[in-house]
Structures are given as structure tokens and as C-alpha cells.
Design a protein around this ligand. Structure first.
Ligand code: XIL
Length: 883
């Protein structure tokens, strides 16, 4: 996974194929700075020597005095005859497998087109080329690019630079211009040690688990020393009423050599739990990781056969489960048996035993040994929909049908602050609960990072607050699901942020803050969100004001049609109205709809603006406060009223991308309801105003009314539809000329995609790596950073294999057809929450996944969103209006 950050601040995300993550979604997010703990491992200013940079073909690579980002010289490539021509250097001695690097450089070109696409690529074998990033160069300007790159195991690692791919026959002079490279710096992310802080756990705060009597709350601990009173973690244990060892009951810890079982540590955990009215989860009887070396190997050094392995499994399970019979509340009998490709994990178990027989046997043997323990199948990345969840579901169903004694499904739930959404997790819990099994969340933590490549960031107040709000929402959802009988226990994967497996993993040099207690062992906002929500700081919301094309004259101006209105709600989710913002030059236009059915003299709204977005304990010189009474309403109705107001900002405020502080407070007969500052301190402090960015409207398209038969044939009806080309090169290389059209009727939004792709491949087990298209829908155009109920991703391969993320799987229809230079997809997309009607505005995007001939995704192209995060974040979708 990679991302590139240009100096303009725009973030481009690129191919995601290198990092193999143990327990992460296939997310790729990025941005932020990666500064603090990096070590420079290579730098080249191209002043004195060419330093081993050579050419890939017949082009010429040399030092040049014509251009320099600093100093006198740079590296130049001329006489290019193919787009893949450019400087290359073998960096195998510097870039080590398993390490993560940032590669930063300046690049420039002077001739030909206004812009060109520079690509950073890696050759790792004679025929393996991977584009790891790229950026748009603007003629005559030095542009900085930075890529974060995790090095895979490979024959060698050669870094090279090329330009946007075109096949040999089609490349023209403009595609083959010379370019310059300067000041290349490669840094390695170093592991960091968290500072030791003295604060220590609070003794006088309530036990967390008492707030959730509906289900058990466990914690993973990584040493039996924690049970000693003098240990600094001891004070934290009382927040939990269930325990699991993070490592000490895994296979290698329990039976390090054949027949030698170690029970002492487990015994300590179990007796501590018994003495403290708590339960124990046993983790884990079988796993493909952290097993003792001998387990799969015979005395001849070769793999044992099926019979021997089954016997070893039986002995391992029955000895341990038998030893602690009646004292373990739940066992993770098997861990992570589903692979990331949505098939049974390709493990030694499967290899030697040849089928899922080892799974059913494991459960049967565990039940025999301890009939009272609840028996779980445990896995990661299953609280989001997808192939992995589907296979686990099918497997559990099948095993239950066969009478295999499975009591529950464990969701590891190593989630992050933006993905998956609380609602997605709820859906997953319900899905499994319907099979009649219990669900437990077994390894909960919430990373502040959305991917392994995201740059280092501080655990700022905002991030910890956002985490707190999500933890709170999550636990409220757990409560409801526990009341429904679906969920019985939630276990946090660690006591405190000082010792979490997510420090320096999966990215070295990056520490994390995923738990309820901090690195100083003190309760974090995530804890207080539940225990004392009233005192939780206000979350500073952020949203965009859209630039209007023309001056806005009133509340019914059509400029408002494209605005996403934001709800005005209190912490409990009660609704008081909504608001929208537009801007042009120095004007900020505000439209507010207030719900208030009783007219009173004090009714009205108050607008607060801090022109430079300064968050201060006091008001600043740039604070504007305006009272607008209900009597000024442009519309007053039985159930409420609408206000329209124009504020003049000082001249330099009205600039594109500028941020201003903003808040709005409704006065309903003396009761205050604020958009952002729930504490209602806006008259004294700008500290809790939200942040509004003066931005541009997302690209827009229109759909005409019309009905289509989804048969893969382009009927005449399509002639009425607007043809929109797919122009955004999100990653890698994709062919030009693909386009889409849309039409709608009361039942469906119809989409026709005509894709240019000369090599069609669907060999990859990952649907997003097959040649396919994706249709993204944000029904309420809320542009949310996580998926909500109304958000959906529909993926259709050129062979009409359909995969979903959200959405209505039952009613969606699609048909595909190969063409001479690619394929077409015809689809009918149902809506879940909104009604298709004239004037409806939805968030919308289209993506093409382009597979190369070996079944690897080598390019992504979109209509609008260039982040490759459309599957979890709708904020960068375009907009569609139904005409
Ligand atoms: C992790 C532990 O937290 C680490 O300390 C250890 O080094 C590796 O294993 N899924 C699981 C857990 O089921 O056992 C893993 O625990 C995290 C992923």
C-alpha cells in the first residue's frame, strides 16, 4: 500500500498489493506527515555523480546543469522512446524486506504538454513491475512527491521513474518528454519506544464493566505478574469481569515440546478470575501462528501425515481443555481458519489434513474434554461484509448442520476510528446470531490509523474524542445487541495504550492509542464517554461550505439544491433542525431549518463565526456574533421555520480552502440547542466552534428519467442519457476512453458502463483485483467519512460476478457483455432509504478496477474520487441529480 503526498496537500493513493497484514482490513488511507522517527537511509542530490542510476531501455540518463531544485545539477532522462523509459537504480542493499520507507523526491519537466504523470515504480524480479505511486507534474515547476512503501520479499528491489503508461504504438512525443529528478531522500521508519510516564492508573474511578451489566467485559493481559498488588497494572483489572491471556495460552506456550504441557501460568489466570468473580476466555487451542515448531514435523524433519497430525491436535486440545475442565467460560477452539481471500486458510492444517475436517474434529474433541465450556470459532475482518465474512458464515452453518458443537463466533474486531462503521458491525452480529450461535467480540481495539501506510500522527484531542464518540456508540450498540440476546461478551485486546500489539505494528515507528486507558494508564476520553458523557468535551465537527456560482438571493435559490444539510442534534441524538452553508467571495450564506412548533418571543438563532478558525478560550477580534429572531424567518410553518442570512466576511476570509470557525445555536423559548458547542459557551469562547472549509462543489452529473431492461444490450433508450467519461487516474495504469451513463425510474437507478480494457482477467480471488467496475451510492449525499445505512458499493466483474458492501443485494441487477475492446456492464441499482424522484440528489461515483494479465490489480480509474477509499468513505464522491 502506498500513498503520495504532493506539496499542494492533495493526497493520492496508489496500488495496494505489497503489505500482508495479520489483522487489518485492506484499507488504504493516508496523508499526514511521517517525520518524527525516520532515519535517512539514502539520499542523492545529483550534484557530483550519477551514483549508479542507469537507463531501462535506449534512453539516456545523465546529470544535467539545465535544472536543479537546489545546487547546480539534477538527474535528467532524454531520448525516451517508451513511456516506461526512465532512470533506474538497484536499491536492494538499502531497501530491506519487511521494512517501511518513505521515498521523497522533486521532479520537473519543461517541454510539451501542460502536465504529465510521473510514476514511481519498483522492479522486483525480471518480469515483476509494481507502480508504487505517482504524481502530476506541472510544466516548468519542481513538484515534490512522497511515497510510503513496505518492501516485500523479492529477488531484488530496483527503483525507477517513468511516465503515465501508453502502449508503444500510441505513445507520442508529448508522452515521452525528458524529465528531471532531484533531491531524492529515502527514510526508514524506525521502531519507537513509548516514553514511560509516572501518572499511573486512577484508583477512584468507577469500574468500566459496571456500566454494561448486559454483557461481560473482558480484557487481554500479557503477564500473570499483573495480578500482584504491587504491579502498576493491577489497579486496571477491576474494570473488567473477564480475562484472557494475550499470548500465554497459545499453542507454543502450552506445549512447547511434545508431551510437555505447561499449566502454571494458565492456572494463575484462572484462579485470579475465580477469586474475583470473573470468567476466563481460553485463547486459543488451534492456530496457524504461535505454534510450537515440532507440531507439524516428524522425527525425519518432514511434515507428519494426516493421522499423526489429527492425533496431535486431539492430544493438545483434550489435555488442555481436560485439565481446566469446568473452569473455562469459553474457548477459542480454532483461530483464523479463513484466509484473506475468502477461502479456507492455506495453513499446515489444511495442507496436511486436506479439508475442514480438522475444524469439526477440534470442536468435537473440545466438547468431549470440557462439556461446559462455550466453544468459539474466532477470526478477524469479519465484522465487515465481504467474502471472508460470507465464508465463515457458510462454514459455521455447515458445521452446525453436521451437528458440530459450535456455540459461538468470535469477532476479533481490530477496528479503526473510521472503519468499519458501528452499523456494519451490528449487521455482522445479527447475521451470525440468526444462525443460533452466540457472538462475542474477542479482541477489540480501535486504531487511530485507517491503514498501515498512514503517516505518524499525534493522538490529538480531536482524534481521542472522535475515538471516544465511536467507542460510546459501539458499546451502546453492544448493549442493544446483548439485550436482543445476540451478544454475550466483549473483550478489549489490552489494558492500556502503553502495551498494545499495535505499537510499531504493522508499521514500525508508529505508536498507537487503541484502548480505553492511556499510555500513562489513566482513563481516556473513550472511557469517560460512557462513564460521564455529560463532561465529555465537545467534538469539533468539520464540514464544507460549497462555493456558489452566483450570488445567492434567498432561501429558495437553486444554489441550495446541491448543498448537504447538516443535522442539528444533541448528544442523545434528538433532532432540532438542519443547516447549510454556501459562500462566494466575501459572503457566507446560511440557511437554517428549525423544528419548533410553538412560537415564542425569544425564539430565534444565533450565528457565531471566527474568521480564522482560531479556537480560543475567549472571543477573538475576528469573532462575529449575530442574533436572528424568528420574526425574520423567510418561512414560518406550524412545525417550525426557515431563516436565510448572509454574513460579510472580511476580505481575506473568502478564499478557497480557507477554514473558518462556525457555530449556530437555536433558542427555543429559552432552551438552547447548538450545532457544535453542546456546552453553549459560544458567547464567551470560540474553542468549540466547528471548522468549516470554504470548498468547491463536487463534480456533478444528471440522470434523466427512463426505464431500462438489464440485458447487457445498449437499447435506444440509452441515447437520451448523458455520456460521462471516466477521467480520474486514481492508481497505476488504465486505458483511456471508458464512460458511463445513467437513467432512473421509480424503482432503480440504471447505470451503463462502457469499459475499454484489452486484457480481461478475473483470476484473482479478490474481487477488487478482477477486471471489474464499482458503483458507489451515498443516498443522502451526506458525504460521511464512514459508511452509513444509506451508503453502498456494488462491484461487478466483466463476467458479472457481483460483490457488495452495504446496499440491497436482493434487488440489485446486473448484466455484462464483452466487447471487442473491453466490456459493458448494465446495472439496476435499488435505493434503500430514499425515494427515486425528480430533484433527488445523491452522492455517486464510478470506479474501474483494472487487472493485469497475471490477475493483479494494476490500475484504478474513477469518475471523481481519487482516494481509493470509496469503500469506506463517501466524502469524496461526486453528486448526481435526477432530472
Ligand atoms: C497478538 C498479540 O497481541 C501479540 O502480543 C503477539 O505478538 C502476536 O499475537 N489475532 C489474534 C491474537 O488472535 O492472538 C493476536 O495477538 C492478534 C491477532
Amino acid at each position: 500500500m502506498f500513498n503520495i503526498q504532493l506539496l499542494t496537500g492533495k493526497v493520492y493513493k496508489l496500488v495496494t498489493i505489497i503489505l500482508v497484514l495479520v489483522a487489518f482490513s485492506c484499507a488504504s488511507t493516508g496523508g499526514g506527515d511521517s517525520a518524527s522517527s525516520d532515519k535517512v537511509v539514502y539520499s542523492d542530490d545529483f550534484e557530483n555523480s550519477i551514483n549508479g542510476w542507469g537507463s531501462r531501455g535506449d534512453e539516456t540518463v545523465s546529470l544535467s546543469s539545465d535544472n536543479a531544485q537546489t545546487g547546480d545539477k539534477s538527474l535528467v532522462v532524454i531520448n525516451r522512446t517508451s513511456t516506461w523509459n526512465g532512470p533506474i537504480k538497484d536499491l536492494s542493499a538499502i531497501l530491506k524486506p519487511g521494512e517501511t520507507y518513505s521515498i521523497g523526491l522533486w521532479a520537473k519537466f519543461d517541454d510539451g504538454p501542460d502536465t504529465i504523470g510521473l510514476k514511481l515504480s519498483i522492479q522486483s524480479k525480471d518480469d515483476v513491475y509494481t507502480n508504487i505511486g505517482g504524481s502530476k507534474l506541472v510544466k516548468g515547476e519542481w513538484v515534490y512527491s512522497e511515497v510510503i512503501y513496505s518492501v516485500p520479499s523479492s529477488e531484488y528491489i530496483k527503483l525507477y521513474f517513468e511516465t503515465t503508461w501508453k502502449d508503444e504504438g500510441n505513445a507520442e512525443a508529448n508522452d515521452l518528454v525528458p524529465f528531471y529528478i532531484d533531491n531524492l531522500v529515502i527514510k526508514r521508519f524506525l521502531p519507537i519506544q513509548d516514553p514511560v510516564t509516572e501518572a499511573g492508573a486512577e484508583a477512584d474511578i468507577p469500574s468500566f464493566h459496571t456500566f454494561y451489566p448486559e454483557f461481560k467485559i473482558g480484557v487481554a493481559i500479557n503477564s500473570s505478574r499483573y495480578f500482584e498488588k504491587k504491579n502498576k497494572y493491577n489497579e486496571l483489572l477491576r474494570h473488567f469481569n473477564g480475562f484472557v491471556y494475550e499470548n500465554d495460552m497459545k499453542m507454543d506456550a502450552m506445549q512447547p515440546s511434545e508431551g510437555r504441557f505447561i499449566f502454571t501460568k494458565a492456572e494463575k489466570l484462572i484462579s485470579y478470575a475465580e477469586d474475583n468473580n470473573s470468567v476466563v476466555r481460553g485463547h486459543t487451542l488451534l492456530w496457524h501462528s504461535q505454534y510450537p515448531k515440532w507440531f507439524f514435523t516428524g522425527s525425519d524433519g518432514k511434515d507428519v501425515n494426516k493421522e499423526v497430525l489429527l492425533k496431535r491436535i486431539k492430544t493438545h486440545i483434550q489435555t488442555i481443555a481436560g485439565k481446566f475442565k469446568g473452569r473455562i467460560y469459553a474457548w477459542d477452539v480454532v483461530n483464523e481458519v479463513i484466509g484473506d481471500n475468502g477461502e479456507l486458510r492455506d495453513s499446515k492444517y489444511l495442507e496436511i489434513i486436506g479439508s475442514d475436517e480438522y475444524i469439526s474434529k477440534a470442536f468435537i474433541w473440545a466438547r468431549e474434554a470440557d462439556p461446559d465450556a462455550k466453544l468459539f470459532i474466532n477470526d478477524y475482518n469479519i465484522c465487515q461484509s465481504g467474502a471472508k465474512q460470507d465464508l465463515l458464515f457458510e462454514l459455521v452453518k455447515k458445521l452446525l448442520d453436521q451437528g458440530v458443537p459450535i456455540d459461538g463466533v468470535g469477532f476479533q474486531a481490530h477496528i479503526n476510528i473510521s472503519f468499519p462503521s458501528v452499523n456494519e458491525i451490528r449487521k455482522a452480529i445479527r447475521r451470525f446470531a440468526e444462525l443460533g450461535v452466540e457472538v462475542q467480540i474477542t479482541e477489540l481495539d480501535m486504531s487511530i490509523y485507517s491503514s498501515s501506510t498512514e503517516g505518524i500522527k499525534d493522538a490529538s484531542k480531536e482524534i481521542l474524542l472522535a475515538q471516544a464518540y465511536k467507542y460510546n456508540a459501539l458499546f451502546e450498540m453492544f448493549r442493544e445487541e446483548a439485550k436482543n440476546g445476540s451478544l454475550t461478551m466483549v473483550t478489549l485486546w489490552g489494558l492500556a495504550d502503553d502495551k498494545t500489539w499495535l505499537n510499531n505494528f504493522p508499521t514500525k515507528g508508529r505508536t498507537n492509542y487503541p484502548l480505553l486507558f492511556g499510555k500513562d494508564l489513566r482513563a481516556k476520553p473513550a472511557y469517560w464517554a460512557t462513564v460521564d458523557p455529560e463532561n465529555l468535551s465537545v467534538l469539533i465537527k468539520a464540514f464544507d461550505a460549497i462555493k456558489s456560482d452566483n450570488e445567492v438571493f434567498g432561501f429558495d435559490d437553486e444554489a441550495w439544491d446541491v448543498v448537504t444539510f447538516k443535522d442539528i442534534m444533541n448528544v442523545k441524538g434528538e433532532y432540532f433542525g438542519d443547516l447549510g452553508l454556501l459562500w462566494l467571495k466575501d459572503k457566507l450564506y446560511i440557511k437554517v431549518n428549525v423544528v419548533d412548533s410553538t412560537m415564542n418571543e425569544s425564539d430565534g438563532i444565533k450565528i457565531y463565526i471566527e474568521e480564522h478558525n482560531i479556537k480560543s478560550k475567549k472571543l477573538t477580534d475576528n469573532t462575529i456574533i449575530i442574533d436572528v429572531p424568528r420574526s425574520k424567518a423567510v418561512e414560518d410553518r406550524n412545525d417550525g421555520y426557515t431563516l436565510f442570512y448572509t454574513v460579510s466576511l472580511t476580505e481575506d476570509s473568502g478564499k478557497f480552502n480557507k477554514k473558518i470557525g462556525f457555530d449556530l445555536r437555536i433558542n427555543d423559548n429559552g432552551e438552547m440547542h447548538s450545532f457544535n458547542d453542546y456546552s453553549n459557551k459560544q458567547d464567551d469562547s470560540t474553542g468549540n466552534y466547528c471548522s468549516v472549509t470554504l470548498s468547491k462543489l463536487a463534480p456533478m452529473t444528471e440522470a434523466d428519467n427512463g426505464t431500462i431492461i438489464v440485458d447487457g444490450i445498449i437499447d435506444k433508450e440509452w441515447n437520451r442519457a448523458l455520456v460521462v467519461s471516466l477521467d480520474v487516474e486514481t492508481e497505476g495504469i488504465t486505458e483511456l476512453g471508458s464512460q458511463f451513463r445513467t437513467l432512473w425510474d421509480k424503482d432503480f437507478l440504471y447505470v451503463l458502463l462502457e469499459i475499454k480494457d484489452s486484457v480481461l482477467n478475473d483470476e484473482s480471488p479478490n474481487p477488487w483485483e478482477q477486471d471489474s467496475v464499482e458503483i458507489f451510492i451515498d443516498e443522502n449525499n451526506a458525504k460521511s467519512v464512514t459508511y452509513e445505512n444509506d451508503d453502498a458499493q456494488y462491484r461487478v466483474s466483466f463476467n458479472n460476478l457481483v460483490s457488495f458492501n452495504g446496499g440491497d443485494e436482493v434487488h440489485f441487477k446486473s448484466k455484462t457483455e464483452k466487447t471487442k475492446d473491453g466490456y459493458i456492464v448494465e446495472a439496476a441499482v435499488p435505493m434503500s432509504l430514499v425515494k427515486l424522484e425528480k430533484g433527488l440528489i445523491i452522492g455517486f461515483d464510478i470506479q474501474i478496477n483494472d487487472s493485469d494479465d497475471s490477475g493483479v490489480r494494476s490500475g484504478i480509474r474513477n469518475w471523481v474520487n481519487d482516494t481509493n477509499l470509496g469503500y469506506q468513505d463517501t466524502s469524496s464522491f461526486g453528486v448526481m441529480i435526477l432530472k
